[in-house]
Design a protein around this ligand. Structure first.
Ligand code: ADP
Ligand code: ZN
Length: 724
């Protein structure tokens, strides 16, 4: 809708928990359009909002308040506004809260502060001290110097510079702030693509109609997918459109930024939670003004205010971390595809183990399936063996089977590296008292406390509750009676120290320090300072270590036991990823899967290396069960401080469900993790055919049911990825 046609009264979506836009008057002399970012009075408080359009209903003019301020930035793009509505409708989140995700930097709305600088303006001062001379020698040309740079280069205190201003030798000026990043150069250092890579790139280009399209780039780890999609990024930059590369983990952004810089000569802007408000402001504003052409970031980057979005790349598109599980429950990959379709942009989904959803979309012809068949250069896939724990398991009290232990010795003897993988942080998943059997539980969650012996604490992995590991059993008073049940990586580390005394081990999990400490560990591993890595899924992703030739999976069955329809898929993905760490360079890698179910289809797939058989089998199972991607799921999680009240409300809610032959309803049932942070949790699950509007159904249901009161809360999870 063009500017002036909005009229004197407009609707404004405020970025707080509201369901719809409110009407405001545009004061005399102010100009707003759809997408303009404004401040409006909301109750007593000035609140950030966005002009949405013409109000649907007519209010009496005299009751309306004026828009207080309109920011001097370009309006949000039409497609972003549509995305906000779309996400809100689909996930049942309040549009104001979704909009908040798009206005993530309040500071970015203010004009960036100019840089204080100095330049030569007059003759040398009469009193030329050493310090003053150093300043003038540093500034030997007419170019202005930023204050910080001048202080740094001349090594004087700012007061010396101010003195030179007073004598008229220098003058203080203001320079426009530098752009957050320099534009990437599409032709800086293109890779010499292999034949296979070139064919893949040609296929992506051929599929691209200039509008919306999705390509699924499916190739084993190390096949060179990144180099291929970098060329698509270059295509997009050449067209003058913006690019977002979205990664599942911020821990991966660093390596990625380096690679980007080598290819494009400039760093991309980054976007994730580990940035200062100032950095965020610069990037956010730069994306909105168009100064920033490429962003590498976490899932929230999909809500950045791109003006000319041309391409989203989702690397490791299958990764569960793309699903956001708090407040607005959205799936980053799916919403990126939605945004691209609204923006008429391209999407590349890249993965070594595509999600079953994306594979199905490719099978159905909605996405182009582009494959990379071989590893780049001479690297090859590892040789995978399932180690039957019933037949050749480890001795009591140990977790590493003899055959795996021998392989570790051999690898270390050859001067190579080995990785022992267990996706469980801490020392042991369960701690109990030997004397009385007391099990240590979180006081606020129905979960066992996990012992972190390294830090001397018992910890809840759901809410973060921590307590010191007691010396005396809190229940029976026995001294030193704690026993650990089952292994976590710290316990594996202990066994390693015992059984491989000559090794140089390192333990890596997300709780082992800050992001930069973890980054340092990775660098040390790459330099070969350690040769035996014990890690969680943190090490399964994205990193390659030249000398790593052996991967041992301590518990390959770990992910299979849950009532999660994606359990097999997730297990297949993580096992493929972690075993793929072996033999990335020219070495032939080996991997062992310790399992009690060597006959399970996932283990068979891994051993035979037959991923196509896995997808075929998994798609059949899902189709028979009406599960995603052939059906839809939506979960309702009812929570409250009192169990019986919570359960009773869930039952009433269930009874209030509108009848529909399209929807199957399950529950209510106490959730597998029945209490989190002191709140009891009850789950209801609904299932419908794919072409049914399950979001609309759930909305209608909740709108017509008794609203939750008191401590009760209902959380809606459309397309749930976790079922705890
Ligand atoms: P993937 O993204 O599929 O895991 P990468 O793109 O990371 O694979 O490639 C694996 C390795 O091979 C990387 O070290 C990368 O630099 C290298 N590589 C891939 N393609 C090329 C190429 N065309 N020229 C030079 N090196 C390449
Ligand atoms: Zn807890």
């Amino acid at each position: 809708m063009p500017v002036s046609q909005l009229g004197p009264i407009v609707s404004v979506m405020v970025a707080v928990a509201v369901d719809k836009p409110y009407s405001y008057r545009v004061p005399e002399g102010m100009e707003v359009k759809r997408g303009s970012i404004v401040v409006v009075p909301l109750g007593p408080r000035p609140t950030l909002g966005v002009v949405w359009g013409v109000p649907e209903d007519n209010f009496a003019h005299n009751r309306l308040k004026d828009i207080a301020h309109v920011f001097d930035v370009p309006p949000l793009s039409e497609e972003l506004l549509q995305l906000v509505d779309w996400v809100a409708r689909y996930t049942l989140a309040q549009p104001g809260m979704v909009l908040r995700g798009a206005l993530r930097s309040r500071e970015g709305l203010d004009p960036p502060r100019p840089v204080i600088a100095y330049r030569r303006a007059g003759p040398e001062p009469e009193r030329l001290t050493d310090a003053r001379k150093r300043v003038l020698d540093t500034m030997d040309d007419a170019m202005p110097w930023a204050k910080a740079a001048l202080v740094g280069a001349s090594g004087v205190s700012p007061s010396v510079i101010e003195g030179l201003v007073r004598t008229g030798t220098l003058e203080q000026i203001e320079l426009p702030p530098p752009p957050p990043v320099m534009p990437p150069e599409p032709d800086f250092a293109p890779a010499q693509l292999s034949e296979d890579q070139q064919r893949a790139l040609d296929e992506i280009r051929a599929h691209d109609s200039g509008g919306f399209s999705v390509a699924l780039l499916d190739g084993i780890t190390g096949s060179g997918k990144t180099e291929v999609f970098f060329e698509s990024v270059a295509d997009c930059l050449r067209e003058g459109r913006q690019v977002g590369v979205i990664l599942p983990e911020i821990a991966l952004t660093h390596t990625f930024l380096d690679r980007f810089e080598r290819r494009f000569g400039q760093r991309a802007a980054e976007w994730h939670s580990d940035m200062t408000p100032m950095q965020r402001a610069r990037v956010w504003r730069g994306v909105l003004t168009g100064e920033v052409r490429a962003v590498i970031g976490a899932r929230s980057a999909l809500f950045l205010p791109f003006r000319e979005l041309g391409l989203f790349v989702l690397d490791e598109e299958h990764d569960g971390a793309f699903k956001q599980a708090d407040r607005v429950n959205y799936h980053g990959r799916d919403m990126a595809v939605v945004r691209a379709s609204l923006a008429k942009a391209r999407v590349i989904l890249s993965s070594a183990t595509p999600s079953v959803e994306s594979r199905n979309n490719a099978n159905q012809g909605r996405y182009a399936l582009v494959r990379l068949e071989s590893r780049f250069a001479e690297a090859s896939l590892p040789d995978i063996t399932a180690l039957d724990m019933r037949e050749e398991g480890p001795e009591k009290g140990q977790w590493i089977a003899p055959r795996l232990a021998r392989a570790v010795f051999d690898a270390l003897d050859r001067g190579e590296q080995a990785l022992l993988f267990l996706n469980r942080r801490g020392y042991a998943p369960l701690t109990l008292c030997r004397a009385c059997g007391h099990q240590y539980q979180c006081p606020d969650c129905s979960t066992w406390l996990v012992e972190h012996r390294f830090r001397g604490v018992l910890m809840c992995h759901h809410c973060g509750h921590e307590e010191r590991a007691p010396e005396v059993c809190g229940s029976c008073g026995a001294v030193d009676s704690l026993v650990a049940v089952g292994p976590g990586i710290e316990r594996i580390a202990e066994e390693v120290a015992d059984r491989f005394p000559g090794a140089r081990p390192v333990v890596l999990s997300s709780d082992m320090g800050s992001m930069s400490q973890i980054r340092d560990r990775f660098a040390e591993i790459a330099r070969g300072e350690y040769n035996l890595i014990i890690g969680t899924q943190l090490v399964a992703k994205g990193h390659h270590f030249e000398k790593l030739s052996l991967v041992g999976v301590i518990d390959a069955d770990l992910g299979l036991a849950h009532g999660d329809p994606r359990a097999a898929e997730k297990t297949f993905q993580i096992l493929t990823q972690v075993t793929g760490r072996a033999g990335r360079a020219s070495k032939t890698g080996k991997a062992f899967l310790q399992t009690y179910h060597p006959e399970h289809p996932v283990m068979q797939t891994m051993v035979k290396g037959d991923r196509e058989a896995f997808y075929a089998h998994e798609l059949k199972v899902r189709e028979q069960g009406g599960l995603p991607p052939f059906g839809r799921l939506a979960a309702l999680i009812v929570s409250g401080t009192d169990h019986d009240e919570t359960f009773a409300y869930a039952k009433r809610l269930m009874a209030a469900a509108p009848l529909s032959e399209n929807v199957r309803r399950f529950g209510p049932a106490d959730a597998p993790v029945a209490m989190v942070r002191g709140r009891h949790r009850v789950r209801i699950l609904t299932q419908s055919p794919k072409d049914f509007d399950l979001s609309g159904y759930v909305r209608f249901w909740l709108d017509n049911a008794d609203p939750p009161r008191g401590s009760l809360r209902v959380q809606v999870d459309i397309d749930p990825m976790s079922f705890y």
